[in-house]
Write a protein that binds this ligand. Structure first.
Ligand code: PAF
Length: 304
């Protein structure tokens, strides 16, 4: 156990990371909104294995929430989060108040980063402004942190694609590392939002993983029509009365557009979003035509 240095202001945090680099160290940044769970822990562990200084940011970014109730209900568990960081030997925690990053708040900042194509559909269509909020805060965090490796979960697959795009387009000195989704033993992807599910809704929420698994198996068995895979996911979700599907889709992993057909050597992602008991849940899985995809899900509490 070691005590992380906790920063609430931008400049001291920036200087600490600069100092680590000046001493020859590699910096790993894990951006989070707190409520840390085993999924975040896997990102921190990967960063610790690859970097000399691990910095975790904990900031519930108001700019990425369209719905004020959603923002209000977002879990805030700072003591627990600091305990996780202590246990995993995180070197620096950046936990700024909202005005440290957005001095004009509640007036939003004048400059906003907008990723166009990759942010347009799916979550972007269902949650207008969400990815502008994500892209803006991530760009700020990268600009403060400087040259680093930044670790993101594949659970928010579209977010990962959006972040990769902004890093490429803005020439930021950041290497983005995507890490596999961590799941409970029944397949539910770990998410800070799961804490808001009642026991019945928690059970019903496994329908997302069941839908993804059915579509992934269909692709492995030779189904190459994206709309058939989407229809299959919809039909699985329809069997669960507590769940309402927003979208299910099979998309190209880089562009997030639906291809006319799946092809053997072109990676495809199955995306799904549904509301269960008033909680919006998203998940995704790789699909490969004619074979089982290589990636095995990481299970919480299991070693991989
Ligand atoms: O994935 C999250 O927790 C957030 O969207 C992120 C990347 C920390 C930006 O606020």
């Amino acid at each position: 156990m070691s005590e992380p240095q906790v920063f609430t202001a931008v400049e001291p945090f920036r200087r600490a990371l600069d100092a680590a680099r000046a001493a020859g160290g590699r910096v790993g940044l894990v951006p989070t909104m707190g409520a840390l769970h085993a999924g975040h822990e896997s990102l921190i562990a990967r960063a610790a294995a690859e970097c000399d200084l691990v910095a975790v940011s904990i900031f519930v970014n108001p700019l990425q929430f369209g719905d004020p109730t959603d923002l209000e209900r977002y879990p805030r568990t700072m003591e627990h989060d600091l305990g996780v960081c202590r246990r995993l030997a995180v070197g620096a925690v950046f936990a700024p108040p909202v005005v440290a990053l957005y001095p004009s708040w509640p007036e939003p900042p004048s400059t906003v980063v907008s990723v166009r194509a990759e942010a347009a559909g799916w979550e972007g269509a269902s949650r207008p402004g969400h990815f502008d909020g994500v892209a803006t805060v991530v760009t700020k965090l990268f600009s403060i942190a400087g040259r680093c490796r930044a670790y993101f979960g594949e659970k928010d697959f579209q977010q990962l694609v959006v972040v990769r795009r902004l890093v490429a387009d803005l020439d930021l000195p950041v290497e983005v590392v995507g890490c596999p989704t961590v799941r409970d033993r029944d397949g539910l992807a770990l998410s800070s939002r799961n804490a808001r599910l009642s026991p019945e809704d928690r059970r019903a929420a496994t329908v997302l993983w069941r839908a993804l698994s059915a579509a992934s198996a269909a692709a492995a068995a030779g189904e190459d029509r994206p709309e058939a895979l989407a229809g299959l996911m919809a039909s699985v979700v329809a069997t669960e009365p507590r769940a309402t599907l927003d979208y299910g889709a099979a998309v190209d992993e880089e562009t997030l557009r639906t291809p006319p057909r799946l092809e053997r050597h072109r990676p495809v992602r199955l995306l799904i979003a549904a509301e269960v008991g008033g909680v919006r849940l998203i998940d995704n899985a790789p699909a490969a035509l004619g074979r089982r995809p290589a990636e095995r899900p990481a299970m919480a509490g299991a070693t991989r």
